[in-house]
Structure formats: structure tokens, C-alpha cells
Design a protein around this ligand. Structure first.
Ligand SMILES: Cc1ncc(COP(=O)(O)O)c(C=O)c1O
Length: 362
């Protein structure tokens, strides 16, 4: 009998798949509030939708190398279009980075907790994730990350602000990591929620080993449209261009990105709404005895309810019963009661906060 194992690369046997089970579940249960995957609860504006519809009329044609939007994005960072790569979502850069830097057995340093896709894509190419726990206060343990570097380290991941802890790595600590000369993936997926906070893309002149990604899935609120980009030194973009398949961003996602860049108010409104929601949850949940929300610079809030005696799964299951889909978190520093919520509409936020308060206070 034909056995795929005779042909498939062996590391795929143990590689994990990124689960979208909760998204499927949310689609099957539209009556439940979808508060688990860091989406924006506000749909795209008419301006964006009209631009997509217009582009769809030319959907029989392939996109080219997208110089116009690469130039436009590059101008925001003071770099030329050859230092910008546009893709159908920044996850593609996560995947490409593993293919660019890792041979089977090479190590990638990944903090914990963080976005689970880094580890998954590393294992798909046979890379070895070296997981470094954040401190119990959920701050980057820079000393431990530096200590984890070996001759096999080919990539270091820094998510800034980090998902799910919501915090930034201090500049001096990032500088210590970047100064090592090892490729650094700086994921700024959530930075646009704080437009006054400058991107570290300005560092790439000094540190050509660092590359920075952004996405339109979060503060811009276009997760389903799929658009993201990378800013890097020309030394690095030339390799990512080779690793990347052509046409990954569709004409429709390119048009949506252009339209939302033309209409700054949309980003401002969405981020302001999100930041108010985050403050609301932090305040309300922080008042419940035994519950610690971690203030977040993204569109999610990590909560530690371990001291209430409830586990992550118990909390998430109970909220599901009450009509809210939120996300479980693994054991962190031996504590079992972590979970993550993504703010929804104002009504959903109020109702979830009430349900959590009732359950966690008993
Ligand atoms: C830190 C981080 N980076 C990247 C992504 C994926 O973004 P995209 O939709 O651009 O692929 C996510 C999604 O949750 C994320 O949390």
C-alpha cells in the first residue's frame, strides 16, 4: 500500500496545524459573541467596500509588483519601495522567515506566551523552537533570551506589543537583543492601535539584521481581506522576495489597503473604540477579587483568574454556555486560570464583563 510517510518530510509528522476550530464554531453559531481571535468588531467602511468592488471588476488580471503601494508604505518609514514587501497578511512573512533562515535542526528563540503561529511555522520547516518564558509579571525576560542563544540560533522573535500580554519590550532590552546580529523578527501587528508610538522600522538602518512586519488585520480591521507588509534592509528583502510566491496580495486586498490609507479617520475611530474597550475590561475585571487583567496595547486582554480557583477551560466553557466565545490559555508559570478576550461591540463588552463578574465572584 502506498504510504505518504515514505515521501513526506519527517518533521511534518510532529508539526502542529494552526487551529481555526473556534472560528468555524463562531461561524456555525452566529448568535454567540465572537471575542477570541483579535478581530475588529467594526466592519470595513463603505469607502473600503466600494474600492474592493471596483477592483473586483478587474479581477481577471494578475497584480504586478505593487510599486505604488510599496512606495506609499515606504514613505511612511523613510525607505524606498525595494525595502517593502507586501503580502496577503503578515502570517506569510512569519512563514517566509522560517524558510529564509532555518534549516532542519536550526533554532528559533520564541518567547512564551506569544502568537502561536511562530512555533508552528518553525516546526513545518524542521526548525527547533527554543521557548523562553516571560517573567511572572509577563515581561520579556531579555536575559533569558540572550542566554538561550547558541551557535544554532538563526532567528529571534519579538512581538511588540506582544500578543497576548499586551506590553512592549523596553528599547534598551530590544537593542541588546538586536545587537547580537542574529536575524530579529519584530512583529508590530498591533502597533497601529497607538499611532503615536513610533515603529522600530527606523532601526533597520543601524541593524540590517532586523525586519519589521505590520498587518491591516488588527487596528485597520481588515482581517478577512488579508493584507500585510514587511519593512527591512535591502540585504534582507532580496531574500524574502525570492522566498515569497508572486501575487500573494489580491487586487482586492491591495485596493482595500489603498482605500483605508486614504481614509485615516477609519483607523483613528477603530483604534479609539478598541482602546476604550480595553480600558473598560481592565477596570471592571480588575475590581473582581483574585482576577488580574494585563493592560494591553492591542485588541485583546490577557486575564489571570487563577486566584479565583477556576481554570482557563472552566471559565471559557462557562462563557461559551452564556453566549461568548473567548480563548483559553495554556498553563503559565504553573497558573491555570489564564484566558484571553478580544473586545466586541459595546453591548457584547458589557454583557461579557457582567457574565465574567458573576462567574468569577462565586
Ligand atoms: C502577533 C501577530 N502577528 C501576526 C498575526 C497575523 O496577522 P495577519 O492577519 O496579518 O496574517 C497575528 C494574528 O493574530 C498576531 O497576533
Amino acid at each position: 500500500m502506498w504510504n505518504p510517510k515514505d515521501y513526506v518530510v519527517p518533521w511534518l509528522e510532529t508539526a502542529k496545524t494552526y487551529s481555526l476550530g473556534d472560528v468555524d464554531d463562531a461561524m456555525a453559531h452566529p448568535e454567540k459573541a465572537r471575542m477570541m481571535i483579535n478581530e475588529c468588531p467594526i466592519p470595513p467602511s463603505d469607502k473600503v467596500v466600494e474600492a474592493i468592488a471596483k477592483a473586483a471588476r478587474g479581477g481577471n488580471r494578475y497584480p504586478g509588483t505593487n510599486t505604488a503601494i510599496r512606495t506609499r508604505i515606504g514613505n511612511r518609514y523613510g525607505v524606498g519601495p525595494d525595502q517593502v514587501l507586501v503580502v496577503g497578511g503578515s502570517s506569510e512573512i512569519i512563514d517566509a522567515a522560517m524558510r529564509v533562515f532555518l534549516r532542519p535542526g536550526d533554532e528559533v528563540i520564541i518567547p512564551r506566551p506569544t502568537f502561536s503561529l511562530y512555533e508552528i511555522r518553525a516546526t513545518v520547516v524542521g526548525g527547533k523552537p527554543v521557548i523562553v518564558d516571560m517573567t511572572p509579571r509577563m515581561e520579556y525576560d531579555t536575559a533569558a533570551m540572550l542566554k538561550a542563544i547558541t551557535d544554532k540560533t538563526k532567528l529571534i522573535i519579538v512581538c511588540n506589543p506582544n500578543n497576548p500580554t499586551g506590553n512592549f519590550i523596553p528599547d534598551d532590552e530590544l537593542r541588546r537583543i538586536v545587537s547580537k546580529g542574529i536575524p530579529i523578527f519584530l512583529d508590530e501587528a498591533y502597533l497601529e492601535f497607538y499611532p503615536d508610538k513610533p515603529s522600530k522600522a527606523s532601526w533597520i538602518k543601524e541593524f540590517p539584521n532586523m525586519f519589521v512586519t505590520h498587518t491591516f488585520s488588527k487596528a485597520f480591521g481588515l482581517a478577512g481581506i488579508r493584507f500585510g507588509y514587511m519593512i527591512a534592509s535591502r540585504e534582507l528583502t532580496q531574500y524574502f522576495e525570492k522566498a515569497q510566491v508572486p501575487w500573494s496580495a489580491s487586487v482586492m486586498s491591495l485596493a482595500a489597503a489603498e482605500a483605508i490609507l486614504d481614509y485615516e479617520e477609519e483607523l483613528r475611530n477603530k483604534s479609539a473604540f478598541n482602546n476604550r474597550s480595553v480600558d473598560f475590561f481592565c477596570k471592571v475585571l480588575g475590581e473582581i477579587p483574585g482576577v488580574k487583567p494585563f493592560h494591553s496595547h492591542g485588541n485583546y486582554i490577557l486575564v489571570d483568574a487563577s486566584d479565583t480557583g477556576k481554570t482557563s477551560k472552566e471559565i471559557v466553557d462557562k462563557m461559551y454556555e452564556k453566549g461568548f466565545i473567548i480563548k483559553t490559555m495554556p498553563l503559565l508559570h504553573g497558573r491555570k486560570g489564564f484566558f484571553r478576550i478580544t473586545p466586541g461591540t459595546e453591548e457584547e463588552n458589557r454583557n461579557l464583563a457582567k457574565a465574567l463578574k458573576e462567574f468569577l465572584s462565586t
